[in-house]
Each structure stands twice: as C-alpha cells, then as structure tokens.
Ligand binder design. Structure first.
Ligand code: NAD
Ligand code: UPG
Length: 453
C-alpha cells in the first residue's frame, strides 16, 4: 500500500526536460518531496545547483526555491529513485523517429524498464509523455514483468497539456486533469497528488488508458488543424485580396469557433504539434485505419507551405538573395521559449542562408539553441546589431520586444525599409506611415505574385 496523507507521498519525475523540469519543480511547490531523474548528467548537475538549462518564465524561481529548501533533488541513479518514490512520473521524450512519422518510444520503454527494475516498494508509474495509443497497456505489462519479486507496480496515464512559455501556470492551474487507468488504486493516489487543482474545481476526468492517450493527441491535432485552417485561408486572401486578421476576428466571434489559434503566419512548429500529428497518422495506419487521419497530411502540408511562401517572399522582395543582408528577428518556435525544435523561423533563416543571403539572427532566448543546429548563421546579441544595414527585416517570432519596435527608430538603422511580419502582429498602418514597405502572409501585395499551387 502507498502511504496516505498528501505530503507524505514521495514523487520522482523521470526525464527532466521542458516537461519534466516543470513538473518536478511544480510538484515541489505543492509540498511534495521530489526527485528528478535523467540520464543526462550535465543537465542533472545544473538542475541540482538550481540552474535551469532552458528558458521558461517563472521556472528558475521555483527551481531555486525548492533546491534550496531541499524538497527538490536531482539524480541520475534509478536505484535511488526506485528506493525513494511512491509515484514515478515518466516525462522522457517521444521524438519523431528518424526518417519516419512514428514516435520513437525507445526512451519511454527504457525509463519504464529501469524504474520498474529499481523499485524496492509498491509504487505507481504515471506516464505523462505523449505516446501512441496502446502504449500504456503495453507498458503496464512491461513494468509488471520487470518488477522485483514482491513489489507491485500500479500504472496510470496522465497526459500533459502545458504550453511552453506558460508551463508553470499550466501545471499549477491546469484546464483539466485526465487520468487513464485500469485499476481502482491509481485514481485515489493521483487525486492526492492533484488535490490543490481539484480543490480549485479543475475538471478531473478519470477514464481508460486508450481515451487518456487519445485525448492528448486529439487536442494537439485539433490545434494544428485550426492553425492550418486559417493558414489555408491565407493562401486565398494572398491571391484574391482580403484581410486574414479581420477574417479570423469575424469567425472567431462565433463562440462555437473561438478566436484562439486562428493567428495566421509562418505556421506551427515546436517539439509537439508537428511530431504529434505525424505520429498519430503513423499509429492509425498501423492499426489499419489508413484513411482516418489522412486530413492531417494536408494540415502538415499547408503548414510547411507557409515556410516555402516565406522564402519566396524574401526572394521576391530582394530580387536575388546572394549577398543580401537579412535580419531575422526571432528563431524560437514561439515567443517566451528558447525551444527551436521544428521551428518555422529557424527553418526559414537557414534556407535563406543556404540560398546565399547574409543572415543575422537575434532571438532574446533561442540564439544558443539555434546555433547548435545551424552554427553558420550570424547570431547577434541585440536587435540593433541584427538590423544594422539590413536589406530586409523578417519578424518571425512575435516576442513582445519585436511587437513594440518603433518603426521610425528602426528606419535609422537599416539599408532598406522593408519589413516582413511573419506573425501578423504589427500595425501595418503605423509602419507604412513611417515609410516602410510591410508585407505579411494572408494579405495580397503588389510586390508579390499570388500563391500558385
Ligand atoms: N515540451 C512540452 O511543452 C510538452 C508538453 C506536453 C507534453 N510533452 C511531451 O512530454 C515528453 C517530453 O517532452 P520534452 O519537451 O520535455 O522533451 P525534452 O527532450 O526536453 O526532455 C526529455 C528528457 O528525457 C531525458 N531522457 C531520455 N531518456 C531517458 C531515460 N531513459 N531516463 C531518464 N531520462 C531520460 C532526456 O535526457 C531529456 O532531458 C514528450 O513526449 C512530449 O511530447 C511535452
Ligand atoms: O494561432 C496560432 C497559435 C499557435 N501558432 C504556432 O503553433 C505552434 C505551437 O504553439 P503552442 O501550441 O502555443 O505551443 P506548445 O508549447 O508547443 O504547446 C502545444 O503542444 C504541447 C505539447 O504537446 C501541448 O501540451 C500544448 O497544449 C499545445 O498547445 C507555435 O509555433 C506557434 O507559433 C500559430 O501559428 N498560430
């Protein structure tokens, strides 16, 4: 039996990346003793010193507070984790498999195996990573098979819906909690873990494994579809005219549709939406349902076409990219994050560089991650350095620092006053009044040819 009483539960969080580091520090904030576990020793050493290796607003403060209080510790030792934890959260990566659409389950399988073998007391393993439907049932059997003699391992799936940039807020005050299990014992333990959110009337959905796994990928597939829906209309308004922002505002006023996730621009990226829609298609195909999620191919294609169109816009505005100075503002996949996984902005910057442009990049947090992927771009530490003598300025990630730019001040620094607003967040009237040519996706421009597909 697990010990009763809220703070007597000891938690481990296995995998301490964007999701795991947030979950570990947030659980410590709720009063639990937490042990973060990772195979990356450098990461564990940094976290143990209270240093966060990623950019996530609010998380450095929580990490420092609880490494200092002693409530939050980090280790690479599964033996230590197995002796310590009553509940083990699995938060390791499930990236796209190289050359395929399917999710790579290697890390999940390895971590479940390792903790099941190491557990020296009855405990509950709770999967949080995003996985193909059917994984939880398989992993539960794997954990039971690997457990030591006399040790019982319960199993639950508890998908995570946090957004980067709001990760702490989303963890402490989630929209909903979803728990999948097939035992009577897992749910009460997770009700104890999440007692604070439950006391704030957070909906708590207790269901089977398959529903819990599918809720997660369904949510991301819906969000991706919403973005590609508005971006498909961008292709139309770029051709016939019209204003994509007004269109989004107007349909968004229908409460059945809603305005959120209808921001047209260079499209979605990150470590979640792109790989999750591909993994979902791969999984349903494996299940013999080849046609069911075929529309997600289109969602993916519309999304990737926005990047092609952005490169085309730069080529057209500059005539020829060779030797032209392009200032790229923002390479993170979204603002308030240093994450460049599948970042549309970084992809575009690299393609312009490969076509001969002289690309200067400034991002408030993502320069160093971007430099690990594309070391040959010219990364600078200030916006003013990036735009110096630029022939074209491209705002590709809508950090507030960029949204607030004064076009008159910027005009003093550039060689040519040409702005590409990749996220449809700038006030075009103000920019035009300051003497700029400003172009964005979703608007017809006399400077560009219509979309042709
Ligand atoms: N990033 C998000 O916003 C977010 C939100 C919800 C769900 N998710 C899902 O959560 C999972 C993790 O995503 P992430 O963005 O945190 O990834 P990440 O790459 O930032 O972190 C994964 C961590 O797991 C560690 N790891 C790998 N193998 C391990 C093992 N055998 N034992 C212990 N640690 C191991 C890695 O070293 C890394 O630190 C993915 O399935 C993702 O789809 C992510
Ligand atoms: O109207 C919009 C909204 C978003 N985006 C882009 O879509 C991507 C994803 O944005 P967002 O969903 O806010 O970021 P993530 O942090 O990746 O969060 C998503 O992926 C996580 C991991 O699965 C989930 O937990 C979250 O609920 C889900 O929103 C980014 O590139 C955004 O720029 C748009 O282009 N237009």
């Amino acid at each position: 039996m697990l010990p009763g009483g809220l703070v007597s539960l000891k938690l481990t969080v296995i995998g301490t990346g964007y999701l795991g580091a947030t979950h570990a520090a947030s659980m410590a904030e709720l009063g639990f003793d937490v042990l973060g576990v990772d195979v990356d020793k450098e990461k564990i050493d940094a976290l143990g010193r209270g240093e966060l290796p990623i950019h996530e607003p609010g998380l450095p403060e929580l990490l420092r507070k609880h490494t200092e209080s002693g409530r939050l510790r980090f280790t690479t030792s599964f033996e230590e984790a197995g002796a310590f934890g009553d509940v083990h959260f699995i938060a390791v990566g499930t990236p796209q498999r190289a050359g395929e659409h399917a999710a790579d389950m290697t890390y999940v399988d390895a971590s479940v195996t390792a903790i099941a073998r190491a557990a020296t007391k009855d405990s509950l393993i709770v999967g949080k990573s995003t996985v193909p439907v059917g994984s939880a049932r398989r992993l539960k059997a794997l954990a039971a098979q690997e457990a030591r003699e006399g040790v019982t391992i319960d199993f639950a799936w508890n998908p995570e819906f946090l957004r980067e940039g709001y990760a702490v807020e989303d963890t402490l005050r989630p929209d909903r909690l979803v728990i999948g299990s097939d035992s009577a014992t897992a749910e009460p333990v997770l009700r104890e873990v999440y007692a604070q959110a439950i006391s704030m009337n957070t909906p708590f959905i207790s269901t089977d494994f398959e529903t819990a796994e599918l809720v997660k990928v369904a949510a991301n597939a819906f969000l991706a579809t919403k973005i590609s829906f508005i971006n498909a209309f961008s292709e139309v308004t770029e051709t016939v005219g019209g204003d994509i922002r007004t269109l989004a505002d107007a349909i968004g006023l229908d409460s059945r549709i809603g305005r959120r996730f209808l921001n047209a621009g260079i499209g979605f990226g990150g470590g979640c939406l792109p790989k999750d829609i591909r993994a979902l298609q791969a999984r349903v195909s494996e299940l013999g349902l080849d046609s069911t999620m075929r529309f997600l191919n289109e969602v993916d294609e519309v999304n990737l076409r926005r990047r092609d169109r952005t490169v085309y816009v730069a080529e057209t505005l500059l005539g020829n990219l060779e030797g032209k100075r392009v200032a790229v503002l923002g390479v993170a996949f979204k603002p308030n994050s240093d994450d460049v996984r599948d970042s549309p902005a970084l992809d575009v910057a690299a393609r312009l560089f490969n076509s001969g442009a002289d690309v200067s990049v400034y991002d408030p947090a993502a320069n160093s991650n971007a430099a690990k992927r594309y070391p040959r771009l010219n990364y600078v530490d200030a916006l003013t350095d990036a735009v110096n003598e630029a022939d074209l300025v491209m705002m590709l990630t809508e950090w507030s620092e960029f949204v607030r730019i004064d076009p008159a001040e910027l005009a003093e620094l550039v060689a040519h006053k040409v702005m590409f607003d990749g996220r449809n967040v700038l006030d075009h009237r103000t920019w035009k009044d300051a003497g700029w040519d400003i172009v964005s996706l979703g608007h017809k421009s006399e400077l560009l040819d219509p979309v042709s597909l």
